[in-house]
Design a protein around this ligand. Structure first.
Ligand SMILES: *Cc1c(COP(=O)(O)O)cnc(C)c1O
Length: 370
């Protein structure tokens, strides 16, 4: 076939038929990368990544595991599941693994929702929630945050109907920062039917310092309809390896295993998790978390002193409610070598990163306060 006839074939091809409802599903907006600029160190503070590179012991485990990359990994991630179960004091039958907790979120919608069923979640919250819900053909029920950027749990409980199959709670809430507190969560769980699955997305749990915030795994022990999602992407600094896990009722964990991508969690990811949970390695990783928490508290205090109304920040990021000025303020940070994550018309999410980035952030913010 000539090149010309190939081209005309492509042009005349009917567009393959896709699900109509897909058109309404938003696309994930990744934090923009840092683009090098002459004379200015540029920092990516747009994706809530950990600024510390992997530990040498973790890199060594990855190299070792790479020597068998011609083989499929252990599909059940047996050693990783055993280590995670032991670390968090739960039975291995309650653990499900996947390529990041975002994948587990999608699976949770798939295993609970028929087309048209409802998923209740807060808004503004993690942008993946409406995406995984819509892609599965389910319906997002968005419950606005309170004025101080927290989940409105009474309103969320009121939004649960006979069509609700899943409620997703994000604690700390990405992108605004506050974490759930024990009393409000217990009240909420008492109000929700016991057969509705409640997901506690704790991607940033390790950064929480509010003593009133419960540990999701304890909440799971008391409430079998709670599923806890954790990830190695943030506190453990392994975002590029794509590995997370769920703690859930064994029936839910089994359904998650059924809906999993076979061999999804790579051998290098499993080895990196094992190395990260070695006590000495984990202690060092959690020390890095403490350093980031100290930086976070410093940044938030400085921004508030400048007059920014920054909500409670319990993750490795904070929120500037810039409203209509969002695009302009994001551009101003960008001009100073700080790539931030704008949410048009609402605000900016700023990741707490290396000290030099944090210091520049505070000094640029001082000029932009409105
Ligand atoms: C980063 C993040 C995740 C984790 O994603 P991975 O797929 O594990 O990298 C999950 N939930 C929220 C709210 C997040 O911000």
């Amino acid at each position: 076939m000539s090149a010309a006839s190939t081209a005309s074939t492509v042009e005349s091809t009917v567009v393959p038929r896709l699900r109509a409802s897909l058109a309404a599903v938003p696309s994930y907006v990744a934090g923009r990368p840092a683009v090098a600029r002459p004379g200015l160190e540029v920092f990516k503070v747009s994706s809530n990544e950990n600024p510390y590179p992997p530990l040498p012991s973790v890199l060594a485990a990855i190299s070792e595991a790479a020597t068998t990359l011609n083989r499929y990994p252990d599909m059940a991630a047996t050693a990783m599941v055993a280590a995670v179960a032991e670390r968090f004091g739960v039975a291995p039958s309650t653990i499900a693994t996947a390529t990041g907790s975002v994948r587990l979120l999608a699976q949770l919608v798939e295993i609970t929702c028929e087309p048209g069923d409802e998923v209740v979640h807060a808004w503004r919250s993690f942008e993946s929630y409406p995406i995984v819900t819509g892609v599965a053909g389910a319906r997002s029920v968005l419950v606005p945050l309170t004025a101080d950027a927290r989940h409105d749990l009474p309103a969320m409980a009121a939004a649960v109907t006979d069509a609700t199959r899943l409620v997703v709670l994000c604690s700390p809430n990405n992108p605004t920062g506050p974490a759930l507190r024990a009393a409000e969560l217990e009240e909420f769980l008492a109000a929700v039917p016991a057969d509705v699955l409640v997901v506690l997305d704790e991607a940033y749990r390790e950064f929480v310092t509010d003593p009133d915030t419960p540990d999701g795994v304890d909440v799971f022990r008391a409430h079998p309809n709670v599923v806890v999602l954790r990830t190695f992407s943030k506190a453990y600094g392994l975002a590029g390896l794509r590995v997370g896990f769920a703690v859930a009722h064994p029936a839910v964990a089994e359904a998650l295993a059924k809906s999993a991508t076979p061999f999804g969690v790579s051998g290098i990811a499993q080895a990196a998790v094992l190395a990260s949970l070695e006590p000495a390695a984990e202690a060092e990783l959690l020390q890095r978390v403490s350093a980031l928490v100290a930086e976070r508290d410093h940044v938030v205090a400085a921004l508030r002193a400048q007059g920014w109304p920054v909500p409670d920040a319990q993750g490795n990021f904070c929120w500037l409610p810039t409203g209509d000025r969002t695009a302009d303020v994001a551009a101003a940070f960008g001009a100073e070598g700080l790539v931030v994550r704008p949410f048009a018309g609402e605000g900016l999410r700023l990741t707490v990163a290396e000290t030099a980035a944090n210091e520049r952030l505070v000094s640029v913010a001082a000029r932009l306060v409105g």
